[in-house]
Design a protein around this ligand. Structure first.
Ligand SMILES: [Zn+2]
Length: 421
């Protein structure tokens, strides 16, 4: 019931201890302005940490992993092979601290025989999968508007290449017998991740289109898609997937949504509506991408059930060639690496204890006539003499500007220091 739901918009964050914190928030209650409230995340549980049987589960997420043409040229080696590993050299050590690391793979692996390509139809060398594995990713979301760029062959081969590189996926599947979600076991806790993408439309005959491409009837049910103009049937499908995950003993539920409008720094109404539905289904987190810019975070709290859902409407671009030089839009250079920390005590249900945000910025620079792309962890970079020594003043200024943009959009959310161990 709407009556019991509170939409929270954090305006401040008061905390001294890493996993014990309160969010000072305003919330709207129907159309009325509501008073300030404090939301406490299980501080009493935390105090028992030393004596109780406690397990910590750390989950990381970044947004769109793009491979534009300039990037393909940059990653091509003198012998004609591709290597994307330098893109992630600064992020990989941070990702290594997670139990589950998730990203959005916004391309396909259709193989060299189809010809590598970028916008508007992406087909990237398999070496990207190898680099993502090397960067400590665990699960790639394949549900996005470029998932069908190379048709059935690319759809299937993408999943085969991910599997070959020991990466899990959610968003598409080889057969309808496979689940739509991915599960990772962390200690004795199972984390379930379910990814979906918006459809670009439906024809009069009910044929789904992704990125304007007609999806073959035989493939339709192998893609996790929703109709943004008619959410209810897809929410019902997500509910059924949630039930299946529960039967599979999943205890932490993560939704990864590809949605919204490109270059908009605020979520669309349908994103908010779907986030509300996912919150009501019981997801602990809703992690978004697609707009190519960062959108705000939010906490949705159901005071009757005590259930809370963290929402990041868009994590922005994790890596791409979209930037001021190409689009005259600085926002496309920015991303957010978000870390969710759950605590599970004995047999109790896991509780989301802390959320940390590390803004990211794509450093593209030219050396000896060749472009280099490196994703920088912004706060880590600005506090590290070692990394700063490698950068020019102009790059450092751009990193500082990126930090300001991202933190402003996240809505005054002052996060805790990133804990790297
Ligand atoms: Zn997209």
């Amino acid at each position: 019931m709407q009556k019991f739901k509170k939409r929270l918009t954090p305006i401040g964050f008061v905390s001294a201890v890493l996993t014990v914190f309160w969010l000072t928030t305003t919330f709207t209650y129907n159309a009325f302005t509501a008073p300030l409230v404090n939301v406490s995340f299980s501080d009493t549980l935390f105090k028992e940490k030393q004596v109780a049987d406690t397990q910590w589960i750390q989950i990381g997420f970044v947004g769109d992993i793009m491979a534009h043409l300039t990037q393909l040229n940059a990653q091509k080696q003198p012998d004609g092979t591709y290597d994307f590993s330098n893109n992630y050299k600064w992020m990989a050590p941070l990702f290594a601290t997670n139990d589950v690391m998730i990203g959005n793979l916004e391309t396909t692996f259709a193989g060299a025989s189809q010809g590598y390509s970028a916008y508007p139809k992406f087909n990237t060398p398999d070496a990207l999968a190898e680099a993502l594995k090397g960067a400590n990713f665990d699960i790639l979301a394949t549900a996005n508007n470029h998932m069908y760029d190379t048709g059935t062959k690319g759809l299937d081969r993408t999943l085969e290449i991910l599997t070959k590189n020991d990466l899990n996926y959610t968003g598409s599947r080889l057969t309808t017998e496979q689940p739509r979600y991915a599960i990772r076991q962390v200690g004795n806790t199972k984390v379930g991740v379910l990814a979906y993408t918006y459809e670009s439309g439906r024809t009069e005959n009910g044929i789904i289109t992704i990125n304007g491409i007609h999806v073959k009837h035989a493939d339709t049910n192998r893609l996790n898609t929703f109709d943004p103009w008619n959410l209810a049937p897809s929410v019902q499908e997500m509910r059924e997937e949630m039930d299946r995950m529960t039967k599979d003993s999943v205890e932490i539920f993560i939704a990864v949504m590809h949605w919204g409008y490109e270059y908009k720094t605020m979520p669309a109404d349908y994103q908010k509506a779907l986030a509300d539905s996912l919150h009501q289904l019981g997801f602990h987190a809703v992690l978004g991408s697609h707009p190519h810019v960062v959108q705000p975070m939010d906490f949705l709290v159901d005071s009757t059930r005590g259930h809370q859902t963290y929402v990041l409407y868009s994590a922005g671009n994790f890596i791409s060639n979209q930037r001021y030089e190409t689009l005259q839009n600085y926002h496309t250079e920015d991303g957010v690496y978000v870390v969710l920390k759950f605590q599970k005590i004995e047999d109790s249900a896991p509780v989301l204890c802390s959320v940390m945000h590390e803004p990211t910025w794509v450093n593209r620079y030219k050396k000896n006539g060749k472009y280099y792309y490196e994703v920088m962890p912004v706060k880590t970079t600005l506090s590290s003499e070692e990394i700063l020594n490698e950068l020019e003043d102009a790059q450092i200024q751009r990193i500082k500007n990126s930090l300001d943009r991202t933190m402003n959009i996240l809505q005054n959310f002052k996060e805790l220091p990133l804990q790297l161990n």
